[in-house]
Design a protein around this ligand. Structure first.
Ligand SMILES: Cc1cc2nc3c(=O)[nH]c(=O)nc-3n(C[C@H](O)[C@H](O)[C@H](O)COP(=O)(O)OP(=O)(O)OC[C@H]3O[C@@H](n4cnc5c(N)ncnc54)[C@H](O)[C@@H]3O)c2cc1C
Length: 307
């Protein structure tokens, strides 16, 4: 059931933000992530501007409601029990180019920015084609593809402390402590609102050529049409897909979850998988890997527990 936010006891919400916010009670989380798995969130807000995002965060704080901001939910495995709090889907969508600089809201989809930058002969984002992500998700997770790192493009990140959504913080790239699929934001203490990126002018045909190369490589090697949350495990001294292949686990299924036959680093929701099926399959893989290599794979996907 959908309500306008104005029906909530929210004296803090202005008319402008009422237009930018949708509230759903007991929302089915499987509809808001690429894995298509998860129970119900007690509260779900969809916000379309930074003001609305900050107001909802402020509201949750002042009502002691635990909350998590998400983008497309492309890296998340929600609990079968759901989420005992508020999931805030950030769809803030403003962006602006100034010469080769791009100023964008965290809720903008990276695919929109790829096409907008190509129109302006700007290079840098084309390597991330076909990856489901908002800019916020790309910052938090330190998105990467084909040896290209999203954080190399970042000039600064504008955010707010979750504990004080009224106080703006401007972080430089160094402040963000980016690494392989990690950043300062992984601790879930910040609300990211806006990001400044530095792109490079280049020949449009060259940018398009690189984009096509990435598109072809990704679509021919990864199960992009199946429901998943991308690569399940981080690379270490072991390359997960290679190891899983060599252990003969490709195609292994537990319940509705399956190790993709196209790319062993992905677990796909083959048929109504539960989060428990996915977690059991992860444990199954890691138990075998531990026996053989005396180490376990670290998760790249994020499990979001009920409590
Ligand atoms: C088919 C497929 C292919 C993929 N390929 C790749 C790949 O090549 N490379 C790669 O790196 N990843 C890949 N991924 C994983 C995923 O696309 C990335 O992790 C992506 O950056 C997630 O973005 P999102 O907007 O969906 O973030 P979400 O999954 O919604 O959120 C990710 C994290 O960011 C936090 N977050 C999001 N927005 C904000 C905000 N505004 N403020 C504070 N916190 C926030 C969330 O709380 C969560 O902790 C793939 C996934 C799929 C399904």
């Amino acid at each position: 059931m959908q309500y306008s936010i104005a029906l909530l006891p929210m004296c803090l919400v202005s008319m402008k933000n009422f237009l930018d916010t949708t509230y759903i009670k007991n929302a089915d989380l499987k509809n808001f992530c690429t894995f298509k798995i998860g129970g119900k969130a007690k509260h779900l807000f969809i916000v379309q501007s930074n003001d609305a995002l900050l107001n909802v965060c402020y509201y949750c704080n002042s009502h002691n409601i635990r909350y998590k901001i998400i983008g497309i939910g492309a890296n998340l495995l929600f609990d079968d029990k759901g989420y005992n709090g508020a999931i805030i889907i950030n769809q803030s969508k403003n962006f602006m180019f100034k010469k080769n600089y791009l100023y964008c809201d965290a809720g903008v989809n990276i695919s929109t920015l790829i096409s907008e930058s190509i129109k302006r002969n700007l290079s840098g984002l084309e390597y991330f084609s076909l990856i489901p992500s908002t800019i916020g998700g790309a910052v938090v997770n330190s998105l990467g593809a084909f040896d290209h790192r999203f954080f190399d493009l970042i000039e600064r990140v504008i955010c707010y402390k979750k504990s004080d959504p009224k106080k703006r913080v401007i972080l430089s790239k160094n402040d963000c402590k980016f690494g392989y699929r990690t950043s300062i934001f992984k601790a879930d203490e910040f609300i990211i609102t806006r990001v400044k990126l530095k792109l490079k002018f280049d020949d449009k045909s060259e940018i398009l050529k690189r984009m096509k190369h990435c598109l072809n490589k990704k679509s021919s090697t990864q199960p992009i049409k199946d429901f998943s949350a991308g690569s399940v495990f981080k690379r270490s001294t072991l390359i997960p897909a290679k190891v899983i292949d060599e252990l003969g686990l490709k195609g292994k299924q537990i319940g509705g979850a399956e190790i993709s036959k196209k790319h062993s680093g992905f677990i796909i929701n083959r048929e109504n998988a539960s989060a428990m099926d996915v977690l059991n399959l992860i444990k199954y893989i890691n138990d075998i890997v531990y026996k053989k290599f005396n180490q376990k794979f670290e998760l790249e996907i994020e499990f979001v527990p009920f409590n």
